[in-house]
Ligand binder design. Structure first.
Ligand code: SF4
Length: 349
């Protein structure tokens, strides 16, 4: 593994910051419990955890914090797979099972937030890999991170598929009392069979909607990033309808669709999966993604229009600022920009 490449630029590729970790700072562990069987954790001590997003003008956020690299949620389509390659780690099964943990992330963040140079900008989490993946149950980094942000009244947002976020609900309520906090949950579809094979390490979609429901019951507006919409597998009108209906019933305050994109690293892994589970679709995918990582504009527009119409029908309004307890949905990716420019690089969390 190339630890000298372990820069904290997981959101946007191999950026130019100095290396954040030294090889002597790495401790490798395994845990012989069912939930962590087969997973190797590489514990590192980070020198910095606040990452500036290159090209932030195209993003709804400029700064991110990612306490983990790799993700045991193991979504086949995850764009962050490519970032594991920068460490000379495998972008397929290695991304799912070799997890880098920045064990000192809370204390480093607290120090960085206290720097005279820090201007208190919004910090986004869950934009590269899931900060509430299973490892968080053991390492418990997020409570310290949330507390550090709260103590500085620093605005932040979290996007997740992890039901573990409910553990930190009291902390998030406390944070919302002093700053703007955004929470979004990612639910692309409800189909159980599809979920089991394409997002095998994640909580079931229904359980994720329970997170939305729990936040709503606490008077906290939670948005849903409907991602990814998977062509020919979750995009027919009835499936879109059942998904949006369930999102509305859970009490989501907004829904933002995002069509599957297949960047290098994810594309190979996804196409292997597709060939195994839905071989008849391979030629259609090769045509749909013939131009690159993104589905054509006409397709993205069609899905966006359908989801927006359904959202209106089921009464899901747009996210509003100043909602109860100052919590609002985490800034989701804007709809992918058509044309040659690349859409926001979210991991389809
Ligand atoms: S899409 Fe999100 S939840 Fe799924 S593997 Fe990637 S980072 Fe984890």
């Amino acid at each position: 593994m190339r630890w000298d490449n372990l820069t904290d630029d997981g959101d946007h590729g191999r950026a130019a910051d100095a290396a954040l970790f030294g090889a002597d700072a790495v401790t490798t562990r395994t845990f012989d419990t069912p939930e962590f069987r087969g997973i190797t954790f590489h514990e590192v001590r980070a020198r910095s955890v606040l990452n500036r997003v290159p090209g932030a003008s195209r993003m709804p956020f400029e700064w991110t914090v990612n306490p983990y690299r790799g993700c045991s949620h193991a979504c086949v389509y995850c764009f962050a797979r490519a970032t594991h390659g920068y460490l000379d780690l495998d972008t397929g099964i290695g991304f799912d099972t070799q997890i880098v943990v920045k064990v000192n992330a809370p204390e480093v963040l607290r120090r960085q937030l206290g720097s005279a140079r820090w201007q208190g900008e919004h910090v986004a989490m869950g934009t590269n890999v899931d900060c509430y993946q299973r490892a968080e149950g053991r390492y418990r980094l997020m409570p310290g991170i949330i507390s550090a942000l709260t103590d500085r009244a620093n605005p932040f947002s979290i996007l997740t598929k992890g039901t573990l976020i409910l553990r930190d609900l009291p902390l998030l309520v406390r944070a919302a009392g002093v700053t703007d906090v955004g929470v979004s949950v990612s639910v692309g579809f409800l189909d159980t069979e599809l979920w089991r094979t394409v997002e095998p390490g994640t909580p079931a979609p229904e359980r994720r909607l329970e997170v939305v429901r729990a936040f709503a019951e606490h008077g906290i507006g939670c948005g849903v990033l409907m991602a990814p919409v998977i062509p020919y597998l979750s995009d027919d009108p009835e499936r879109l309808r059942e998904t949006v209906r369930a999102i509305a019933a859970a009490g989501a305050v907004s829904v933002t669709p995002l069509v599957l994109h297949l960047r290098p690293g994810a594309r190979e892994w996804f196409m292997t999966w597709l060939d195994r589970h839905h071989p008849h679709l391979v030629p259609r995918y090769e045509r749909l993604y013939a131009e690159g990582a993104y589905a054509p504009r006409w397709y993205q527009r069609r899905i966006t229009r359908q989801v927006h119409e359904l959202a209106e029908e089921y009464g899901i309004g747009p996210a509003r600022s100043g909602q109860a307890r100052r919590i609002r949905p985490a800034a989701p990716a804007p709809a992918p920009a058509p044309g040659p420019a690349e859409p926001v690089q979210l991991s389809l969390m």
